[in-house]
Design a protein around this ligand. Structure first.
Ligand SMILES: *[C@@H]1O[C@H](CO)[C@@H](O)[C@H](O)[C@H]1NC(C)=O
Ligand SMILES: *[C@@H]1O[C@H](CO)[C@@H](O)[C@H](O)[C@H]1NC(C)=O
Ligand SMILES: *[C@@H]1O[C@H](CO)[C@@H](O)[C@H](O)[C@H]1NC(C)=O
Ligand SMILES: *[C@@H]1O[C@H](CO)[C@@H](O)[C@H](O)[C@H]1NC(C)=O
Length: 764
């Protein structure tokens, strides 16, 4: 069990011995290596509460207020708890989402349930996989457990006073950033079905994705009869009514207060996006009156062990690295949410997943690992994306509360679908529809949603700047984020090329390959910076380049020409066309220096996704693979399993997926079958791929921290001289990779360079 303050110093009993013992994966409780507080502070914004199984819709945890600090996933280490709610979105930036369907305990009778009932914590919160505990200053202890669509609150009150529970339907996580992304409660209803059973719904809107009203239904039951059950309504902190009216509804704040004469009390709550009947059904299916907290914890651990954590087995690593591995795996799979059967938008035979936040973050390396570790869920996820297109008209780039939004750069679901396609995901996926969905992104301008942050084109879905892309083959400053959108649109079109090729659509294949090279139209060879020339810059309709300092991205935000990173970074993002980047930059040595400069000039930000692939582009130069390994280790040093162990927002687990790839010693080139070879962290690491297949990776001769350069590599028992492997080499049917590591670089990767598929038109 972890507490917030001791989580970095806990000890593992005989970890190495345990790990080296040959155990069937199912016998090992990997949750013992998980710190649920990893990445919850210092901007990581991860959710530490209870997620009863991977992809569960319920995320039950504390909501904390601390001045005007945004609590993105509800939790903050300091500040007062003002409720425990059933829904959260882990790891995001932007603005808090959800935090609805809450309960808050109070000691004694509650004269005004609209007053501030928040409480500080007597001791730091504790948590483990499937369990969360808060001890409040007023002596109340709350322990939480959860299932897919329901949660259990177990309360222990101080004896001697009545014990009260307040259910405030207007409870929703606020945002204080002033960016227009705060959530609003718009209306609700609350019905006392009997003294110890309530049902109702709350309706909310906005948040980062600017979503219109959405409604969540709830069904709560207590394990004993209250001495009183009352409903209330009011505005601000002022009550309009407070009494035993059995039903209240409307746009005022409203809810119920339950008072008990017992010190120990359990509340079960079910949720549903469909109806309160379904919320009750979910509750009764998943948490029965006699269900114990302990049985939920056991079930949650079992689910996380069998579905996620046991998919990677390691031996011989340090305790810290093992903790980082399993804590990262947990963080990687906090969202999306499997909402199959819980889609209020349409009914369909297809699965339904929500809480994609966002592909801008996850398409580079998260989705590729999601596919490998959870192939069953991933196929459902891909089908769900295509079904969203069928019914909403566009694939999401981000989505939550059943609403697409928002798009920061390109339509990166195209890259995700392409990645799935080239790696052979077929099953029940309808790829004709999948390709039509991608084609919608590539050919149909989405209706403008008039986002105040970028009113010139849609930020909801699709490619807002498509008119310029089609007309000029680049994006003029008439559109915001023109340059960063352009490089992403290029990779998106490369995704269409990949799928068109597979489907035998020759015309489209040619068209989209050509379009995938359009990033080149932003390349100004005369733009210079720090001994380098040639950068992607804004370009006007008349073809002229806009003067641009490659070290600056202006405000780097929604209304600027580059989003969240500068020309140096975006000019290395055409990862499907690396040979062209290399030629434009001036050849191998200049290319190496260009990547080096990201560090020399302090541009590189391990916490920001546009930088994710750049550190490993050295693999595209003969003899330079060791430089990627150096960068990989440097990035690894920025992570740990502690509360501030993420170098940026978790971003739906993108940050965790990134470190997991470093540990594996590979990095995926999204949309392609290529994986760049780095240097694995563990003497032995096995990824279970399903159907009895596995990829087993070993290292000998070196040391993860001090002697980590690749000396030689064998793949599937054969000597290997390439700084990359393909899907077919090691993942399609499993395989082995045996590394010899040492303390100084060796020129081992003398073979063929990694593919650069869009560079096929390069002369000479
Ligand atoms: C409300 O309370 C009054 C007084 O205690 C009682 O007579 C009445 O039956 C209650 N009504 C309901 C709906 O519980
Ligand atoms: C209440 O819960 C506490 C802590 O779990 C336990 O020690 C105590 O025995 C319980 N009391 C009753 C009356 O069940
Ligand atoms: C997603 O949810 C549906 C409905 O509960 C279920 O049938 C399906 O197995 C779930 N998928 C995964 C991967 O758990
Ligand atoms: C630029 O190149 C010159 C000549 O090669 C070198 O002396 C100088 O240090 C370089 N400047 C930077 C900032 O790299």
């Amino acid at each position: 069990m972890f507490s917030r303050s001791s989580s970095t110093s806990f000890t593992l009993v005989c970890l190495s011995t345990t790990m080296q013992t040959v155990l069937a994966a199912a016998d090992t409780d990997y949750t013992q290596y998980v710190n649920v507080f990893m990445g919850t502070t210092g901007g990581g914004n991860r959710f530490p509460g209870v997620v009863g199984s991977p992809f569960a819709m319920t995320k039950l945890g504390p909501d904390v207020q601390s001045g005007r600090t945004d609590a993105y996933s509800g939790y903050l280490p300091d500040g007062n708890i003002w409720g425990f709610s059933m829904t959260h979105e882990s790891g995001t930036g932007g603005a808090p989402k959800y935090g609805v369907v809450s309960q808050m305990p109070a000691v004694g009778n509650v004269p005004n349930p609209l007053a501030d009932l928040s409480q500080g914590r007597a001791v730091p919160d504790e948590g483990q996989v499937g369990y969360y505990k808060s001890s409040l200053n007023n002596g109340v202890t709350i322990e939480l457990g959860a299932t897919d669509h329901a949660g259990l609150y177990q309360y222990t009150f101080p004896s001697g006073s009545p014990s009260s529970i307040v259910v405030d339907v207007s409870h929703v996580l606020p945002s204080f950033r002033g960016l227009g992304w705060e959530q609003h409660y718009t209306k609700g209803n609350f019905n006392l079905v009997s003294d110890d059973h309530y049902e109702g719904s709350g309706t909310y809107n906005n948040g980062w994705n600017l979503s219109p009203d959405w409604t969540l239904y709830f069904c709560g039951k207590f394990n004993q009869k209250p001495t009183s059950s009352e409903t209330f309504t009011g505005t601000g902190n002022t009550l309009s009514s407070y009494g035993n009216t059995s039903t209240v509804s409307g746009t005022e704040r409203l809810g119920g207060v339950f008072t008990f004469d017992s010190a120990n009390l359990t509340s079960r709550v079910g949720i549903s996006f469909i109806s309160s009947e379904q919320a009750c059904q979910n509750l009764d299916n998943e948490i029965q009156p006699k269900t114990t907290l302990q049985s939920l914890i056991t079930k949650a651990k079992k689910a996380w062990n069998s579905e996620i954590l046991s998919k990677i087995e390691v031996a011989g690593g340090s305790d810290a690295d093992t903790q980082l591995l399993y804590s990262s795996l947990l963080g990687m799979f906090m969202i999306p949410s499997n909402k199959t059967g819980e889609n209020p938008g349409w009914s369909s035979e297809e699965p339904y997943y929500d809480d994609i936040f966002t592909f801008w973050d996850t398409h580079r390396c998260h989705t590729a690992l999601f596919h490998i570790l959870e192939p069953v869920a991933y196929e459902e996820f891909i089908r769900s994306l295509i079904d969203i297109w069928r019914h909403d008209g566009f694939l999401p780039d981000a989505r939550s509360s059943n609403y697409n939004g928002r798009v920061q750069g390109g339509s990166n679901a195209d890259n995700v679908l392409a990645d799935a396609y080239v790696k052979g995901i077929r099953g029940a996926v309808n790829w004709d529809d999948g390709y039509s969905a991608m084609k919608t992104d590539a050919e149909k301008t989405p209706p403008n949603n008039f986002d105040p942050k970028s009113p010139e084109s849609s930020t909801k879905e699709g490619r807002g700047a498509l008119p310029d892309w089609l007309k000029y083959g680049y994006i003029t400053p008439a559109f915001n984020r023109a340059v960063s959108r352009a490089v992403e649109y290029s990779t998106n079109d490369f995704g269409l090329y990949q799928v068109a090729k597979g489907l035998g659509l020759q015309y489209d294949e040619d068209t989209y390959l050509t379009r995938s090279r359009n990033w080149r139209n932003h390349w100004n060879p005369a733009a210079t910076s720090t001994n380098h020339s040639g950068f992607m810059v804004p370009r006007r309709a008349d073809g002229s380049f806009v003067p641009q300092d490659p070290l600056s991205c202006g405000g780097c935000y929604w209304g600027d020409q580059y989003y969240e990173d500068n020309p140096w970074v975006y000019s290395l993002n055409a990862i499907h066309d690396v040979y062209t980047m290399k030629e434009y930059i001036g050849g191998d040595e200049k290319f190496i220096d260009r990547v080096d400069k990201l560090w020399d000039l302090r541009i590189f930000n391990a916490g920001n996704e546009p930088s994710f692939t750049s550190p490993y582009l050295y693999n595209f130069v003969k003899g330079a693979q060791w430089r990627s390994v150096d960068r990989s280790r440097g990035i690894g040093n920025l992570y740990n399993a502690g509360p501030s162990g993420l170098p940026g927002n978790s971003d739906a687990g993108a940050m965790e997926a990134n470190i997991l790839w470093q540990m594996v010693g590979l990095y995926p080139m999204t949309g392609q079958t290529t994986f760049l070879v780095l240097s694995p962290w563990f003497p032995s690491l096995t990824i279970h791929l399903g159907n009895g297949k596995s990829l087993k990776i070993t290292t000998t001769g070196g040391n993860k921290d001090t002697a980590y350069y690749v000396q030689s590599l064998e793949v599937n028992g054969e000597p290997w001289d390439k700084a990359w492997v393909s899907w077919d080499d090691v993942f399609a049917n499993g395989g082995t990779m045996d590394f010899v590591l040492g303390s100084s670089p060796v020129d081992w990767a003398t073979g063929e360079l990694p593919p650069s598929p869009a560079s096929s038109d390069l002369q000479g």
